[in-house]
Design a protein around this ligand. Structure first.
Ligand code: ATP
Length: 324
């Protein structure tokens, strides 16, 4: 193995830089030349390969986003696009590829590997935590902490004004952020895609909880079946005429920011392991975290399986509700 390329793809996530740094430094440790590819698969197609050195990854471990840039490439979804990408890999003599991204990026990686034979290792990085085979994806812990911090601030104003706040957080298909943020911030409920939202029950819950209580916070995952925070608020409004209702959409603040220590450590260990795996001749694997252990699965497993939310947390949240 002489040349290993690394790219970030899909949505950016805090900790991607720590991961890039680990890949680059491990390559250099073993005398392998690391290449960074700018802007994910789109950069691969257009030949944006850069040799990386220790200097390239100086002082990036604490920075959010990705210094390599990321992109969503429509062209890479086509066989023609991937054959252009393959030609660039060959031109630069790349013998192994590390893909840091979400399940879409993993799908692209398996197709590329199948079509070209290039060994690929996938590292799960997405704030939504929606990849099977790992307890944590890179970026999730930071995003969760960002959400909890924002909800704490919203609670200050909610309780000062006796308001009920519907706070929308990321999670198109998975409720990890919503459920865990609700638990960590003491919110009254989490509305998540994995569970059908019952509006009459929610109305009753809000009425019960607000006897003598100064505020309520309901966390809504953007992909909830009942709609986002605004839609849910409008659905309950006719039944809660005497209550002051507000909504807040946290949006892109959840993506950015300084990665947490947890994410930096996870990203560093996964990045280093990816280089080790390629050196050992492994391919088409994703790295996952099982507790504190790093494990591997086929990339297909990460794509095809649905990540499992711990429903006991949902039950616990319900048990902890204020009763009338
Ligand atoms: P996030 O979870 O943050 O959205 P992601 O990796 O799932 O990350 P996507 O936009 O789904 O993000 O995928 C990233 C890129 O991977 C796409 O822009 C595309 O280039 C490639 N990709 C995704 N799905 C496929 C596919 N079915 N075939 C080929 N390439 C794909």
């Amino acid at each position: 193995m002489k040349n290993i390329a690394v790219l970030t793809s899909g949505g950016d996530a805090p900790g991607m830089n720590a991961c890039i740094r680990a890949v680059v430094k491990m390559c250099l440790h073993y005398g392998i030349t690391p290449y960074g590819i700018t802007d994910g698969y789109q950069g691969m197609i257009t030949g944006m390969f850069h040799k990386m050195t220790y200097r390239s990854v100086d002082n990036i471990i604490y920075r959010g986003g990705t210094v390599l840039g990321t992109a969503r490439s429509e062209e890479f979804r086509t066989a023609e696009g991937r054959s252009k990408a393959a030609a660039q890999l060959e031109k630069h003599g790349i013998d192994g590829l590390v893909v840091i991204g979400g399940d879409g990026s993993f799908t692209g990686a398996t197709l590329l590997s199948k079509e070209t034979g290039i060994p690929v290792i996938g590292i799960p990085a997405t704030i939504d935590n929606d990849i099977a085979g790992t307890d944590h994806t890179i970026g999730y812990d930071t995003a969760l902490n960002t959400v909890v911090d924002a909800v704490d601030k919203i609670r200050d104003t909610a309780s000062s004004h006796h308001r009920i706040f519907f706070v929308e957080v990321m999670g198109r298909d998975a409720g990890f952020i919503a459920l865990n943020a609700a638990m960590a911030s003491g919110a009254e409920a989490a509305l998540i895609p994995e569970e059908v939202t019952d509006i009459p029950e929610l109305v009753q819950q809000i009425k019960d909880q607000n006897r003598g209580k100064r505020s309520s916070i309901i966390i809504v995952a953007e992909g909830d079946d009942g709609g986002g925070a605004l839609q849910i608020m409008e659905k309950v409004r006719p039944f809660l005429a005497t209550y002051e209702l507000r909504h807040s959409i946290l949006g892109h603040i959840q993506r950015g920011g300084v990665p947490s220590a947890f994410d930096r450590i996870l990203a560093t260990r996964m990045g280093a392991m990816a280089v080790e795996l390629l050196r050992e001749g492994e391919h088409d694997l994703m790295i996952g975290a099982n507790g504190d252990q790093l494990v591997t699965h086929s990339i297909r497993f990460g794509i095809q399986q649905t990540p499992v939310l711990d429903r006991s947390k949902l039950d616990l949240l319900k048990d902890l509700r204020t009763k009338a």
